[in-house]
Design a protein around this ligand. Structure first.
Ligand SMILES: *Cc1c(COP(=O)(O)O)cnc(C)c1O
Length: 416
Protein backbone atom coordinates (compact mmCIF):
# COMPACT_ATOMS: atom_id res chain seq x y z
CA UNK A 1 0.00 0.00 0.00
CA UNK A 2 1.26 3.45 -0.84
CA UNK A 3 1.54 5.79 2.13
CA UNK A 4 0.14 9.27 1.78
CA UNK A 5 3.20 11.30 2.65
CA UNK A 6 2.76 14.75 4.14
CA UNK A 7 3.64 17.76 1.95
CA UNK A 8 6.79 18.51 3.98
CA UNK A 9 8.06 14.99 3.21
CA UNK A 10 7.55 15.48 -0.52
CA UNK A 11 9.03 18.96 -1.02
CA UNK A 12 12.49 17.55 -1.84
CA UNK A 13 11.41 15.09 -4.53
CA UNK A 14 7.83 15.38 -5.76
CA UNK A 15 7.44 15.77 -9.50
CA UNK A 16 11.17 15.57 -10.32
CA UNK A 17 12.84 12.67 -12.17
CA UNK A 18 16.67 12.68 -11.67
CA UNK A 19 17.14 10.37 -14.67
CA UNK A 20 15.96 13.17 -16.96
CA UNK A 21 18.74 15.45 -15.61
CA UNK A 22 21.93 13.35 -15.60
CA UNK A 23 21.05 11.91 -12.17
CA UNK A 24 21.32 15.33 -10.54
CA UNK A 25 19.81 15.09 -7.02
CA UNK A 26 18.46 18.61 -7.31
CA UNK A 27 16.43 19.95 -10.17
CA UNK A 28 18.76 22.13 -12.31
CA UNK A 29 17.67 25.54 -13.58
CA UNK A 30 16.18 25.12 -17.05
CA UNK A 31 17.40 28.51 -18.21
CA UNK A 32 16.09 28.11 -21.73
CA UNK A 33 13.51 29.89 -23.85
CA UNK A 34 12.52 27.01 -26.11
CA UNK A 35 12.59 23.19 -26.35
CA UNK A 36 13.63 20.96 -29.25
CA UNK A 37 10.96 18.67 -30.74
CA UNK A 38 12.03 15.16 -31.80
CA UNK A 39 9.85 15.36 -34.90
CA UNK A 40 7.49 17.83 -36.55
CA UNK A 41 4.62 15.48 -35.66
CA UNK A 42 5.53 15.77 -31.98
CA UNK A 43 5.62 19.57 -32.18
CA UNK A 44 2.20 19.54 -33.87
CA UNK A 45 0.76 17.27 -31.13
CA UNK A 46 2.12 19.48 -28.32
CA UNK A 47 0.63 22.62 -29.86
CA UNK A 48 -2.76 20.93 -30.35
CA UNK A 49 -2.88 20.23 -26.60
CA UNK A 50 -1.43 23.57 -25.52
CA UNK A 51 -4.03 25.49 -27.55
CA UNK A 52 -6.90 23.16 -26.65
CA UNK A 53 -7.50 22.13 -30.28
CA UNK A 54 -8.27 18.55 -29.20
CA UNK A 55 -8.65 16.43 -26.05
CA UNK A 56 -5.67 14.59 -24.54
CA UNK A 57 -5.34 10.92 -25.56
CA UNK A 58 -5.02 8.44 -22.71
CA UNK A 59 -1.62 8.82 -20.95
CA UNK A 60 -0.66 11.69 -23.23
CA UNK A 61 1.24 14.51 -21.49
CA UNK A 62 1.67 18.05 -22.71
CA UNK A 63 5.28 18.23 -23.94
CA UNK A 64 7.65 21.13 -23.40
CA UNK A 65 7.26 23.83 -26.06
CA UNK A 66 8.40 27.31 -25.04
CA UNK A 67 9.09 28.78 -21.58
CA UNK A 68 6.15 31.20 -21.66
CA UNK A 69 3.84 28.17 -22.00
CA UNK A 70 5.70 25.63 -19.84
CA UNK A 71 9.10 24.96 -18.31
CA UNK A 72 10.28 22.11 -15.99
CA UNK A 73 11.11 24.46 -13.08
CA UNK A 74 7.62 25.96 -13.20
CA UNK A 75 5.87 22.62 -13.62
CA UNK A 76 7.68 20.96 -10.71
CA UNK A 77 7.13 23.99 -8.51
CA UNK A 78 3.42 24.05 -9.38
CA UNK A 79 3.06 20.33 -8.63
CA UNK A 80 4.64 20.82 -5.21
CA UNK A 81 2.64 23.93 -4.36
CA UNK A 82 -0.67 22.13 -4.98
CA UNK A 83 0.15 19.69 -2.15
CA UNK A 84 -0.11 22.37 0.57
CA UNK A 85 -3.52 23.63 -0.46
CA UNK A 86 -4.80 20.29 -1.79
CA UNK A 87 -5.50 21.98 -5.11
CA UNK A 88 -5.92 20.23 -8.49
CA UNK A 89 -3.45 22.63 -10.01
CA UNK A 90 -1.56 25.85 -9.45
CA UNK A 91 0.01 28.57 -11.57
CA UNK A 92 3.04 30.63 -10.58
CA UNK A 93 3.45 34.27 -11.54
CA UNK A 94 6.18 36.88 -11.59
CA UNK A 95 4.57 38.66 -8.59
CA UNK A 96 1.65 38.43 -6.21
CA UNK A 97 0.08 41.38 -8.03
CA UNK A 98 0.29 39.62 -11.40
CA UNK A 99 -1.43 36.55 -9.86
CA UNK A 100 -4.18 38.76 -8.40
CA UNK A 101 -4.70 40.97 -11.47
CA UNK A 102 -4.84 37.90 -13.73
CA UNK A 103 -7.59 36.36 -11.56
CA UNK A 104 -9.57 39.62 -11.53
CA UNK A 105 -9.26 39.96 -15.31
CA UNK A 106 -10.24 36.35 -15.99
CA UNK A 107 -13.24 36.12 -13.66
CA UNK A 108 -14.77 39.58 -14.18
CA UNK A 109 -16.17 41.04 -17.39
CA UNK A 110 -17.64 44.44 -18.33
CA UNK A 111 -20.88 45.05 -16.42
CA UNK A 112 -19.93 42.74 -13.55
CA UNK A 113 -19.81 43.63 -9.88
CA UNK A 114 -16.92 42.72 -7.58
CA UNK A 115 -17.46 42.35 -3.83
CA UNK A 116 -14.27 42.60 -1.81
CA UNK A 117 -13.25 42.76 1.83
CA UNK A 118 -11.67 45.88 3.29
CA UNK A 119 -8.88 46.32 4.25
CA UNK A 120 -7.26 44.81 1.21
CA UNK A 121 -3.63 44.94 0.06
CA UNK A 122 -2.74 48.39 -1.32
CA UNK A 123 -1.82 47.13 -4.79
CA UNK A 124 -5.05 45.15 -5.05
CA UNK A 125 -7.02 48.17 -3.84
CA UNK A 126 -5.37 50.32 -6.53
CA UNK A 127 -6.15 47.77 -9.28
CA UNK A 128 -9.78 47.57 -8.14
CA UNK A 129 -10.30 51.35 -8.02
CA UNK A 130 -8.02 52.68 -10.76
CA UNK A 131 -8.06 49.95 -13.38
CA UNK A 132 -11.26 47.88 -13.16
CA UNK A 133 -13.59 50.90 -13.79
CA UNK A 134 -11.84 51.34 -17.17
CA UNK A 135 -13.18 47.97 -18.27
CA UNK A 136 -16.64 48.60 -16.80
CA UNK A 137 -16.31 46.58 -13.61
CA UNK A 138 -17.79 48.14 -10.44
CA UNK A 139 -16.63 47.20 -6.98
CA UNK A 140 -18.17 47.41 -3.54
CA UNK A 141 -16.49 46.71 -0.18
CA UNK A 142 -17.58 45.08 3.05
CA UNK A 143 -15.81 44.97 6.42
CA UNK A 144 -14.82 42.06 8.65
CA UNK A 145 -17.49 42.95 11.23
CA UNK A 146 -20.33 42.92 8.62
CA UNK A 147 -22.81 40.04 8.87
CA UNK A 148 -24.20 38.18 5.86
CA UNK A 149 -27.35 40.30 6.21
CA UNK A 150 -25.31 43.53 6.18
CA UNK A 151 -23.47 42.40 3.06
CA UNK A 152 -26.69 41.49 1.27
CA UNK A 153 -27.93 45.00 2.02
CA UNK A 154 -24.69 46.49 0.62
CA UNK A 155 -25.12 44.40 -2.53
CA UNK A 156 -28.79 45.36 -2.92
CA UNK A 157 -27.89 49.06 -2.73
CA UNK A 158 -25.62 48.74 -5.78
CA UNK A 159 -28.59 47.65 -7.92
CA UNK A 160 -26.21 45.18 -9.58
CA UNK A 161 -26.36 42.24 -7.19
CA UNK A 162 -27.45 39.94 -10.04
CA UNK A 163 -24.14 40.77 -11.75
CA UNK A 164 -21.95 39.68 -8.84
CA UNK A 165 -19.06 37.92 -10.57
CA UNK A 166 -16.49 37.52 -7.83
CA UNK A 167 -16.17 37.72 -4.05
CA UNK A 168 -12.55 38.54 -3.24
CA UNK A 169 -11.44 38.40 0.37
CA UNK A 170 -8.26 38.78 2.36
CA UNK A 171 -8.28 36.86 5.63
CA UNK A 172 -6.60 37.37 8.03
CA UNK A 173 -6.48 40.97 6.92
CA UNK A 174 -3.32 43.01 6.79
CA UNK A 175 -2.36 44.67 9.17
CA UNK A 176 -4.96 44.09 11.91
CA UNK A 177 -5.48 40.29 11.66
CA UNK A 178 -9.27 40.70 11.32
CA UNK A 179 -10.77 37.45 10.07
CA UNK A 180 -13.58 36.78 7.59
CA UNK A 181 -15.82 33.73 7.43
CA UNK A 182 -15.07 31.93 4.15
CA UNK A 183 -18.16 29.71 4.53
CA UNK A 184 -20.34 32.81 4.72
CA UNK A 185 -18.78 34.00 1.44
CA UNK A 186 -19.54 30.61 -0.13
CA UNK A 187 -23.19 30.96 0.92
CA UNK A 188 -23.31 34.44 -0.62
CA UNK A 189 -21.73 33.17 -3.85
CA UNK A 190 -24.30 30.39 -4.08
CA UNK A 191 -27.15 32.79 -3.44
CA UNK A 192 -26.09 35.23 -6.19
CA UNK A 193 -25.18 32.58 -8.77
CA UNK A 194 -27.77 31.80 -11.42
CA UNK A 195 -28.10 29.44 -14.34
CA UNK A 196 -26.28 31.75 -16.72
CA UNK A 197 -23.61 33.06 -14.36
CA UNK A 198 -21.55 31.80 -11.46
CA UNK A 199 -20.19 33.87 -8.62
CA UNK A 200 -16.72 32.69 -7.57
CA UNK A 201 -14.96 33.07 -4.22
CA UNK A 202 -11.25 33.94 -4.18
CA UNK A 203 -9.15 34.15 -0.98
CA UNK A 204 -5.85 36.01 -0.71
CA UNK A 205 -4.18 33.73 1.87
CA UNK A 206 -0.83 35.56 1.85
CA UNK A 207 -1.01 36.92 5.40
CA UNK A 208 -1.48 33.50 7.06
CA UNK A 209 0.49 31.52 4.47
CA UNK A 210 -0.25 28.08 3.05
CA UNK A 211 0.51 25.77 5.98
CA UNK A 212 -2.09 26.80 8.57
CA UNK A 213 -5.20 27.30 6.49
CA UNK A 214 -6.69 25.65 3.43
CA UNK A 215 -9.38 27.90 1.92
CA UNK A 216 -10.06 25.45 -0.95
CA UNK A 217 -11.02 22.73 1.56
CA UNK A 218 -13.47 25.18 3.13
CA UNK A 219 -15.04 25.63 -0.31
CA UNK A 220 -13.36 28.69 -1.84
CA UNK A 221 -12.91 28.42 -5.62
CA UNK A 222 -9.48 30.04 -5.84
CA UNK A 223 -6.59 30.91 -3.52
CA UNK A 224 -3.98 33.51 -4.37
CA UNK A 225 -0.62 34.14 -2.74
CA UNK A 226 2.08 36.69 -2.87
CA UNK A 227 4.82 34.01 -2.92
CA UNK A 228 7.21 36.85 -2.11
CA UNK A 229 6.12 36.35 1.51
CA UNK A 230 6.03 32.99 3.39
CA UNK A 231 6.42 30.76 0.30
CA UNK A 232 9.64 32.46 -0.87
CA UNK A 233 10.40 33.24 2.75
CA UNK A 234 13.92 34.70 2.41
CA UNK A 235 13.27 38.26 1.16
CA UNK A 236 15.18 37.48 -2.04
CA UNK A 237 12.48 37.11 -4.70
CA UNK A 238 9.15 38.48 -5.97
CA UNK A 239 6.54 35.91 -7.11
CA UNK A 240 2.88 34.92 -6.92
CA UNK A 241 0.69 31.85 -7.13
CA UNK A 242 -2.94 30.91 -7.84
CA UNK A 243 -4.52 27.58 -6.90
CA UNK A 244 -7.86 25.99 -7.63
CA UNK A 245 -9.70 23.19 -9.39
CA UNK A 246 -8.65 21.94 -12.83
CA UNK A 247 -11.38 23.72 -14.75
CA UNK A 248 -10.68 27.17 -13.28
CA UNK A 249 -6.90 26.71 -13.44
CA UNK A 250 -7.06 26.08 -17.20
CA UNK A 251 -8.62 29.54 -17.51
CA UNK A 252 -5.97 31.12 -15.25
CA UNK A 253 -3.10 29.44 -17.09
CA UNK A 254 -4.47 30.32 -20.51
CA UNK A 255 -4.66 34.01 -19.61
CA UNK A 256 -1.18 33.79 -18.08
CA UNK A 257 0.16 32.41 -21.37
CA UNK A 258 -1.14 35.45 -23.24
CA UNK A 259 -0.33 38.10 -20.65
CA UNK A 260 3.09 36.47 -20.39
CA UNK A 261 3.39 37.09 -16.65
CA UNK A 262 4.72 33.68 -15.62
CA UNK A 263 7.62 33.44 -13.18
CA UNK A 264 11.16 33.02 -14.54
CA UNK A 265 12.94 29.61 -14.33
CA UNK A 266 15.49 31.07 -11.92
CA UNK A 267 12.87 32.43 -9.51
CA UNK A 268 10.95 29.14 -9.73
CA UNK A 269 14.17 27.31 -8.83
CA UNK A 270 14.68 29.57 -5.79
CA UNK A 271 11.13 28.80 -4.70
CA UNK A 272 11.76 25.06 -5.00
CA UNK A 273 14.52 25.53 -2.44
CA UNK A 274 12.24 27.66 -0.25
CA UNK A 275 9.49 25.02 -0.22
CA UNK A 276 11.80 22.42 1.35
CA UNK A 277 11.82 24.43 4.61
CA UNK A 278 8.35 26.02 4.40
CA UNK A 279 6.85 23.95 7.22
CA UNK A 280 9.74 24.26 9.70
CA UNK A 281 10.15 27.96 8.99
CA UNK A 282 6.48 28.66 9.54
CA UNK A 283 6.32 26.48 12.65
CA UNK A 284 9.20 28.34 14.23
CA UNK A 285 7.85 31.72 13.11
CA UNK A 286 4.42 31.02 14.58
CA UNK A 287 5.87 29.72 17.88
CA UNK A 288 8.10 32.79 18.12
CA UNK A 289 5.19 35.10 17.30
CA UNK A 290 3.06 33.66 20.10
CA UNK A 291 5.89 34.35 22.59
CA UNK A 292 6.40 37.90 21.32
CA UNK A 293 2.64 38.57 21.40
CA UNK A 294 2.44 37.28 24.98
CA UNK A 295 5.27 39.64 25.93
CA UNK A 296 3.63 42.64 24.25
CA UNK A 297 0.23 41.86 25.72
CA UNK A 298 0.02 43.74 29.00
CA UNK A 299 3.30 45.67 28.51
CA UNK A 300 2.93 49.12 30.08
CA UNK A 301 3.78 50.94 26.83
CA UNK A 302 1.38 48.86 24.72
CA UNK A 303 -2.31 49.68 24.38
CA UNK A 304 -3.51 46.65 22.39
CA UNK A 305 -2.08 43.66 20.49
CA UNK A 306 -3.75 42.22 17.35
CA UNK A 307 -2.74 38.57 17.16
CA UNK A 308 -4.84 35.49 16.44
CA UNK A 309 -3.14 33.60 19.28
CA UNK A 310 -4.53 36.14 21.75
CA UNK A 311 -8.20 35.82 20.75
CA UNK A 312 -10.15 35.16 23.93
CA UNK A 313 -12.27 31.99 24.08
CA UNK A 314 -15.25 34.21 24.95
CA UNK A 315 -14.79 36.32 21.81
CA UNK A 316 -17.31 35.84 18.96
CA UNK A 317 -14.30 35.38 16.64
CA UNK A 318 -12.81 32.45 18.57
CA UNK A 319 -14.97 29.77 16.94
CA UNK A 320 -14.21 31.16 13.46
CA UNK A 321 -10.49 31.34 14.22
CA UNK A 322 -10.44 27.69 15.33
CA UNK A 323 -12.53 26.59 12.34
CA UNK A 324 -10.38 28.32 9.73
CA UNK A 325 -6.82 28.19 11.09
CA UNK A 326 -4.54 25.58 12.69
CA UNK A 327 -2.09 28.09 14.16
CA UNK A 328 -2.03 31.83 14.89
CA UNK A 329 0.62 32.61 12.25
CA UNK A 330 3.59 34.96 12.37
CA UNK A 331 2.03 38.41 11.91
CA UNK A 332 1.49 40.74 14.86
CA UNK A 333 0.39 44.34 14.99
CA UNK A 334 0.05 46.43 18.11
CA UNK A 335 -0.92 49.88 19.31
CA UNK A 336 1.84 51.63 21.17
CA UNK A 337 0.70 54.19 23.77
CA UNK A 338 1.02 57.59 22.06
CA UNK A 339 1.10 58.44 18.36
CA UNK A 340 3.44 58.59 15.36
CA UNK A 341 6.29 59.99 17.48
CA UNK A 342 6.24 57.06 19.90
CA UNK A 343 5.79 54.50 17.09
CA UNK A 344 8.79 55.95 15.20
CA UNK A 345 10.87 56.03 18.38
CA UNK A 346 10.19 52.32 18.81
CA UNK A 347 10.97 51.49 15.14
CA UNK A 348 14.16 53.57 15.12
CA UNK A 349 15.43 51.84 18.26
CA UNK A 350 15.18 48.27 16.95
CA UNK A 351 18.54 46.54 16.49
CA UNK A 352 17.85 42.93 15.50
CA UNK A 353 14.48 43.46 13.84
CA UNK A 354 14.87 45.22 10.47
CA UNK A 355 12.85 48.29 9.53
CA UNK A 356 11.28 47.21 6.21
CA UNK A 357 7.94 46.40 4.60
CA UNK A 358 7.10 42.88 3.30
CA UNK A 359 6.52 39.91 5.58
CA UNK A 360 6.86 36.17 6.09
CA UNK A 361 10.64 36.07 5.80
CA UNK A 362 13.29 34.34 7.92
CA UNK A 363 14.31 37.69 9.44
CA UNK A 364 11.90 39.68 11.61
CA UNK A 365 10.63 42.90 10.00
CA UNK A 366 8.81 45.90 11.43
CA UNK A 367 7.04 48.83 9.76
CA UNK A 368 4.49 51.62 10.31
CA UNK A 369 1.35 50.86 8.23
CA UNK A 370 -0.19 54.36 8.37
CA UNK A 371 2.79 56.07 6.72
CA UNK A 372 4.17 53.09 4.77
CA UNK A 373 2.14 50.12 3.40
CA UNK A 374 -1.26 51.79 3.90
CA UNK A 375 -0.29 55.43 3.20
CA UNK A 376 -2.34 55.69 -0.01
CA UNK A 377 -5.63 54.71 1.62
CA UNK A 378 -8.15 57.49 2.18
CA UNK A 379 -7.69 58.64 5.84
CA UNK A 380 -11.29 58.01 6.98
CA UNK A 381 -11.33 54.48 5.55
CA UNK A 382 -7.90 53.88 7.06
CA UNK A 383 -9.06 54.97 10.51
CA UNK A 384 -12.06 52.65 10.20
CA UNK A 385 -9.79 49.64 9.56
CA UNK A 386 -7.83 50.48 12.69
CA UNK A 387 -4.71 51.73 10.95
CA UNK A 388 -3.92 54.59 13.32
CA UNK A 389 -0.75 56.63 13.93
CA UNK A 390 0.27 54.42 16.87
CA UNK A 391 -0.06 51.09 15.03
CA UNK A 392 3.12 49.08 14.38
CA UNK A 393 3.25 45.85 12.36
CA UNK A 394 5.82 43.14 13.01
CA UNK A 395 6.53 40.02 10.93
CA UNK A 396 8.24 37.48 13.15
CA UNK A 397 11.18 35.50 11.75
CA UNK A 398 13.11 32.39 12.77
CA UNK A 399 15.59 34.04 15.14
CA UNK A 400 15.77 32.98 18.79
CA UNK A 401 12.52 34.08 20.49
CA UNK A 402 14.32 35.51 23.52
CA UNK A 403 16.54 37.62 21.26
CA UNK A 404 13.50 39.02 19.42
CA UNK A 405 11.78 39.79 22.73
CA UNK A 406 14.95 41.43 24.04
CA UNK A 407 15.04 43.71 21.00
CA UNK A 408 11.34 44.60 21.29
CA UNK A 409 11.75 45.19 25.01
CA UNK A 410 14.76 47.51 24.74
CA UNK A 411 13.10 49.44 21.89
CA UNK A 412 9.95 49.92 23.98
CA UNK A 413 12.13 51.14 26.86
CA UNK A 414 13.43 53.99 24.69
CA UNK A 415 9.88 55.27 24.11
CA UNK A 416 9.22 58.20 26.43
C1 LIG B 1 2.62 41.52 -0.71
C2 LIG B 1 1.18 41.21 -0.89
C3 LIG B 1 0.59 41.21 -2.17
C4 LIG B 1 1.36 41.60 -3.42
O1 LIG B 1 2.37 40.71 -3.70
P1 LIG B 1 3.69 41.09 -4.58
O2 LIG B 1 4.44 39.82 -4.59
O3 LIG B 1 4.38 42.21 -3.84
O4 LIG B 1 3.22 41.52 -5.91
C5 LIG B 1 -0.75 40.87 -2.25
N1 LIG B 1 -1.49 40.55 -1.17
C6 LIG B 1 -0.96 40.58 0.07
C7 LIG B 1 -1.82 40.24 1.24
C8 LIG B 1 0.38 40.91 0.26
O5 LIG B 1 0.90 40.95 1.50
Amino acid sequence: MKKNYKPESLMMSHGYKPELSEGSIKCPIFQTSTFVFKTAEEGKAYFELAYGLREKNQDEELGLIYSRINNPNLEILENRLTLWDKADDSAVFESGMSAISTVLLEFLKPGDLLLYSSPTYGGTDHFIHDFLPKIGVDAVAFHPEDSQEDIEKILAETGKADKLGLIYIETPANPTNSIIDIEMCNRLAKKYSSEDHRTYVCVDNTYMGPVWSKPLEIGADLVVYSATKFIGGHSDLIAGAVMGNAELMIRVKTLRTFLGNMVSPHTAWLMLRSLETLKIRMEKQSQNAQKVANFLNGHEKVEKVHYLGLIDEESPYYELYKRQYNAPGAMISFLIKGGEKEAFQFLNSLNLIQLAVSLGSTESLAQHPQTMTHCAIEPKARERMGVTANLVRVSIGVEDAEDIIHDVSQALDTVK
